[in-house]
Ligand binder design. Structure first.
Ligand code: ADP
Length: 408
């Protein structure tokens, strides 16, 4: 079957993977899947390109076990695949990583030092790297960063108004979801090249949510900042709040750092506001008034951020919805665009309901798109560029037999 690249995206309760064949330096998706619900009701879902989807209960209670199940599935399903490199989604690259990096021993310790900046994500990313290093000894592992896409921001977009040495020490805004934004920038350049070069706002609305302002396909501002808490409300994360509230909780309610971390990362956002669920589908289906309040709040903040990013860009040529909510929620998209004609955004309601790729009306000055993000393809592309992979070249060789060993 030739050379392949494996991508790993290890999150808090899921491990997503994709297998790409590499032909003439370009990636072609062969299979993808995920082990999700880890720690609750684990499931294993797989999809073979041009073939079957499958879903089963998963016998794995942690990430290591999930990783073994994934490896085992790959080697039994694609016994002839030769994995020549593994690409990892890494949420935080800090100040040092503005581009994908080949993982060496000191890279792992550098990435570990960033755990406090992304406590919900970075430890799982590192666990994925460690599992892959064990499973594929000698095979190049590449870290692909969510922060890297935003590293060209102007000072005013990255700074907080704290004393200047805080900025110099790296206590600044970083921005996340960069792999998703790169995927959208890439798709936009083939769908609508002239607007892609212009003022584009992308709303990545999934369990994590942020929005990004781009010019020439590059990030100029992001709603997420120092940590993955800032900006839009999310499934369980609070989004923007007044830091004075955090001080109050410490001083007057005696909350510890651990309690605050749980509150802000795990008990807030859609889940906290609704008391029903962190899942937008469940909220849309619920009749509880609090569920409706939570959706209204989500939309309200989204509209505010679109306005703020449009001000940063001095206007808008295209708005793109992506992520699970952005790609699927007719209601959120419609509510976000209601009365936005002043900004040149007019919705075509029928196209929105039909789930078309372009959902703006003919009289809309700016185009509105719904695009499926493909972070895995971005990782595979970054791996090809970083590891210098060409068809037939492998360093070092890694064949089906090695894969079988790796899965044991
Ligand atoms: P993650 O950030 O974990 O990758 P996703 O991008 O898969 O998350 O987005 C998950 C969110 O998308 C959940 O809130 C889910 O309810 C929402 N979602 C998925 N499908 C729909 C749908 N048809 N309608 C509304 N929301 C949806």
């Amino acid at each position: 079957m030739g050379d392949h690249i494996l991508t790993i995206n290890a999150g808090s309760s899921s491990v997503k993977f994709a297998l790409f064949s590499v032909e003439e330096g370009a990636e072609l998706l062969v299979a993808s899947g995920q082990a999700d619900g880890l720690g609750a009701a684990p499931r294993f879902r797989t999809r073979i390109a041009g073939g079957e989807d499958s879903e089963d209960a998963l016998n794995a209670s942690n990430h290591d076990e999930a990783f073994r199940v994934i490896m085992n599935w790959i080697v039994t399903t694609f016994a002839d695949a030769i994995v020549v490199a593994v690409g990892h989604r890494v949420v935080h690259g800090g100040l040092n990583f503005a581009a994908p990096a080949i993982i060496e021993e000191e890279t792992v310790s550098q990435l570990r030092s960033l755990v406090p900046l992304a406590p919900l994500h970075q430890p799982h990313n590192l666990a994925g790297i460690e599992a892959a290093l064990l499973a594929f000894p000698g095979v190049p592992q590449i870290a692909c960063f969510d922060t890297a896409f935003h590293r060209g921001h102007a000072f005013v977009d990255d700074a907080y108004a704290l004393p200047r040495d805080y900025f110099d020490r790296g206590l600044r805004r970083f921005g996340f979801h960069g792999l998703s934004y790169e995927s959208i920038a890439c798709q936009m350049s083939s769908i609508d090249q002239s607007r892609a070069k212009g003022r584009v706002i992308v709303a990545h609305l999934g369990n994590g949510a942020s929005a990004c302002a781009m010019k020439y396909g590059r990030s100029v501002a992001s709603t997420m900042g120092f940590s993955a808490l800032e900006g839009l409300p999310m499934g369980t994360r609070c989004g923007q709040i007044d830091p004075g509230l955090v001080l109050y909780l410490i001083e007057h309610e005696g909350m510890s750092v651990a309690e605050l971390t749980r509150l802000l990362y795990e008990q807030s956002g859609l889940k906290g506001l609704s008391g029903v669920s962190s899942d937008m589908r469940a909220l849309e289906a619920s009749r509880a008034p609090q569920a409706q309040n939570a959706i209204d709040y989500f939309v309200h903040r989204l509209r505010m951020e679109i306005g703020a990013l449009a001000a940063t860009l001095s206007g808008i040529d295209a708005l793109v919805f992506t992520g699970g909510i952005g790609e699927n929620s007719v209601r959120v998209r419609a509510a976000a665009l209601a009365g936005m004609d002043w900004l040149g955004l007019t919705l075509n309601h029928a196209a929105n309901i039909r789930g078309e790729m372009m959902i703006s009306d003919a009289k809309s000055a700016a185009a509105v798109y719904v695009l499926r993000t493909d972070e895995e393809a971005v990782i595979a592309r970054q791996v090809i560029e970083t590891a210098g992979i060409r068809q037939g070249s492998r360093n070092p060789p890694f064949d089906g037999e090695d894969l079988t060993r790796a899965a044991r």
